[in-house]
Unconditional design. Structure first.
Length: 104
């Protein structure tokens, strides 16, 4: 995945379009990310008998598909597509397609 935990992303579709947030979790198998403050769902959690489990209505972020977010480049502060820059030794680094700066 081109987006990692800790990245700042901007939502590019859906109800939260235009909202920026930090990636709290990346789920590469599902191609989804959890973004702070984005796609909050109310979950009705029943009492489970386990005192550690919170119950009632819990608000929390639900994962959204990576295609719905764009990485915000820390150099030019714009949502961008991610390219790869391959160094002479073969290592790949993420690169902003707009300003060509290395992101990692
Ligand atoms: Zn940039």
């Amino acid at each position: 995945m081109k987006i990692k935990k800790g990245d700042t992303v901007e939502v590019i579709s859906g109800n939260d379009r235009g909202v920026r947030g930090t990636v709290n979790a990346a789920l590469p198998k599902e191609n989804r990310v959890v973004v702070a403050g984005v796609h909050i769902i109310k979950k009705h959690q029943r009492r489970t008998g386990d005192v550690r489990t919170q119950f009632g209505i819990i608000e929390r972020e639900a994962p959204i598909h990576v295609s719905n977010v764009a990485l915000v480049c820390p150099h030019c502060d714009r949502p961008t597509r991610v390219g790869y820059d391959v160094a002479a030794d073969g290592t790949k680094a993420r690169m902003c397609r707009k300003c060509k700066e290395i992101i990692d």
